[in-house]
Design a protein around this ligand. Structure first.
Ligand code: PHE
Length: 352
């Protein structure tokens, strides 16, 4: 029995020396020191031994078992160390290798300017109000004091999208953001018709016109509408607000002028020009030798429009303005063709 134990130990150690990886380590453990291994079997056969033999064999079996367990633990350690060394060598990270550049997306130039303008208007107290792109003739024209067949409709040739089912109130794509004035005023005055709240909103959105596409006109373009309604709002407030906007947008030295104009929904109406920043007002091709660049239309909200929005014109006054962020982008960057905006040419877009 004692010789058999020596034999078991010798064989197990030989096998252990051949074990190279963690999977065969586990197989070795089960076969050589596991519950049905040869050493363990010796313990269960002890009952058949004589009284003298039993302590000797027991002691020897314990020694063999401990020796094998110790050898196993050492082997585990060796294999783990070897595996670590191997993976360190194989998976070496070269931190001197230059990184691969990440391709970044960017905002569209029209979006950049739109957001900048909305940011300036927000500082001045104008909250963003969004309205729909698809409008009715009533909202886009009639409620804004354009009667049916009024010649002023020709200022804004429309894209109609119904086939006449709605008579004299056809569906169309908004030609300007001004119908949002009516929607906002109606929404706010409906909350409290007797005592409607004052309004200060900026209304951004895409507008659509049935136009020949040229260097200066597109069938779709952004506008930002501004609307302030309240008690005691004067034309002085309009001028002060818009001149301040121009300084925040184009710099403290920006000079502006107001030119009388006509819109059916404002009275009086004015267009605002900034002094040409290409030539400093001397006259050049960008300002067509006038020294001035037109940037927006504006005016005091027409009493009929206030009435249509649910605001009593005997008590409330207001001013409104509409401007084109793309036009201002063109002026700022001296772009000579509006078609670049929706042309999807990355060489153009990458410059912003
Ligand atoms: N809606 C006008 C346009 O598109 C601009 C405007 C807005 C004028 C508000 C006056 C007041 O031309």
């Amino acid at each position: 029995m004692l010789e058999k134990l020596d034999e078991i130990e010798k064989k197990a150690l030989e096998l252990l020396a051949m074990v190279e990886d963690e999977a065969s380590l586990e197989a070795w453990r089960i076969a050589n020191i596991g519950r049905s291994s040869a050493v363990m079997n010796v313990f269960s056969q002890m009952g058949g031994l004589s009284k003298e033999e039993r302590p000797l064999v027991g002691q020897k079996a314990n020694q063999v078992k401990t020796a094998l367990e110790k050898a196993f633990a050492e082997r585990v350690e060796t294999i783990k160390t070897a595996a670590l060394a191997k993976s360190l060598a194989n998976e070496k990270l070269d931190i001197t290798l230059p990184g691969r550049p990440v391709r970044r997306g960017g905002l569209h130039p029209a979006t950049i300017v739109l957001r900048r303008m909305l940011g300036i208007l927000a500082e001045m107290g104008f909250q963003v109000y969004t309205s729909r792109d698809v409008e009715t003739d009533e909202m886009n024209f009639q409620a804004l004091n354009f009667p049916p067949h009024h010649p002023a409709r020709e200022m804004q040739d429309s894209l109609y999208i119904d086939a006449g089912e709605r008579g004299d109130n056809p569906v169309l794509l908004r030609t300007h953001t001004s119908p949002g004035q009516i929607r906002a005023m109606r929404e706010f005055s409906a909350e409290n018709p007797e005592n409607p709240p004052s309004i200060r909103i900026a209304l951004p959105g895409m507008c659509y016109r049935y136009e020949q596409i040229t260097a200066r006109s597109e069938v779709q373009f952004y506008q930002i509408e501004g609307l302030a309604v309240g008690e005691n709002i004067t034309y002085g407030d309009l001028k002060g607000t818009l001149a301040d906007f121009a300084r925040r947008m184009f710099g403290l030295n920006a000079k502006v002028r107001f030119r009388a104009s006509y819109f059916p929904f404002t009275e009086p109406s004015a267009e605002m020009d900034v002094e040409c920043f290409v030539c400093g007002g001397k006259g050049c091709p960008v300002c067509k030798n006038s020294g001035w660049l037109e940037i927006l239309g504006s005016g005091m909200v027409h009493p009929v429009v206030l009435q249509n929005g649910g605001y009593d014109p005997r008590r409330f006054t207001g001013f409104a303005f509409g401007m084109g962020p793309q036009r201002q982008t063109m002026l700022l960057h001296r772009m000579n063709d509006i078609r670049y905006f929706w042309g999807n040419d990355v060489r153009f877009l990458n410059q912003f």
